[in-house]
Design a binder for this molecule. Structure first.
Ligand code: GLP
Length: 277
């Protein structure tokens, strides 16, 4: 990550870049992911990425596919783990995150199919706990995540780690598991499911502890509807009520990339100033 970019600030020891718009965020994030792939490949012969879904990273994946199509970037030595999945859901369901990842990235680059790991929303209920624990062990046995890509929910969630009343210490120990979705998350998921009744109200998610263990964390937010969550996570107290605020505990490993809308509620937001480019 460039430390000298003119748009770079530091808040609570986390690097924060405020870019003009969502497209600039996508390009900067893709560039960062490409740099991590190259560095990890050079150091260890492979890169292990934690990937996210949602509308925010779509432009990032489009850019990575573009770089791949141009012959500039290979995923041959890349292993991926996805953050979350609705539960229960068939892997073949077009609304599954598995289908999303296939559409936006995995089906469009040269990644080995057996190196792209996604939580399986069709695991039987009785096997979920053991399956989730195994998912964490697979990440560890692959040497841990070089980079975890994250979006942020309007309620401050990361993955599907929802706001909760646990202490910071307890929330920071949460591992990969089955969760119930928060009302704000369910409301936002109507976009994908068509109606409130159709939204699948539970999910499997990488735990906060698994996320915090990544060697670097890149969190993206675009649009004014994310501004409150971003400000609470970046500049508010660390609390399990805003799961993204728990990233402050590993601040030196965290980079935020925001557009002006998402940065709009930060205490020192330069949103009203001249373009920061
Ligand atoms: C979903 C995902 C999150 C994602 C968030 C934001 O609930 N589980 O991982 O970060 O929503 O989504 P969007 O980028 O569409 O705003």
């Amino acid at each position: 990550m460039s430390h000298s970019a003119p748009d770079a600030l530091r808040i609570r020891d986390m690097r924060v870049r405020i870019l003009p718009d969502a497209r600039a965020v996508s390009l900067a994030a893709a560039e960062e992911i490409e740099a991590v792939i190259r560095e990890a490949n050079a150091a260890r012969g492979r890169a292990v990425l934690g990937l996210a879904t949602g509308s925010t990273p779509e432009g990032v994946y489009a850019r990575l596919v573009e770089r791949h199509s141009a012959g500039e970037l290979s995923f041959r030595d890349v292993t991926t783990y996805n953050l979350d999945e609705y539960y229960p859901i068939s892997p073949a369901d077009p609304r599954s995150y598995r289908a999303y990842m296939h559409r936006h990235l995995l089906g469009r680059v040269d990644i080995a199919p057996n190196r792209a790991h996604l939580l399986d929303g069709s695991v039987p209920e009785s096997a979920v706990a053991e399956y989730c624990a195994a998912f964490d062990r697979w990440i560890e046995s692959d040497g841990g995540l070089d980079l975890q890509l994250l979006g942020i929910g309007r309620n401050g969630h990361i993955g599907f780690n929802e706001p909760c009343g646990l202490s910071v210490a307890e929330a920071s120990r949460l591992r990969t598991r089955r969760v119930e979705l928060h009302p704000v998350t369910r409301a936002d998921a109507v976009r994908e499911f068509g109606s409130a009744e159709a939204v699948i109200p539970a999910a499997l998610t990488l735990g906060v502890a698994t996320i915090l263990a990544a060697r670097s964390i890149l969190i993206l937010a675009t649009g004014a509807h994310k501004a409150e969550a971003v400000a609470a996570a970046l500049a508010g107290p660390m609390t399990a009520e805003v799961p993204a605020s728990l990233l402050q505990s590993v601040a030196p490993r965290v980079a935020w990339m925001l557009d002006r809308g998402a940065a709009g509620a930060l205490p020192d937001a330069p949103a009203a100033g001249p373009p920061i480019v």
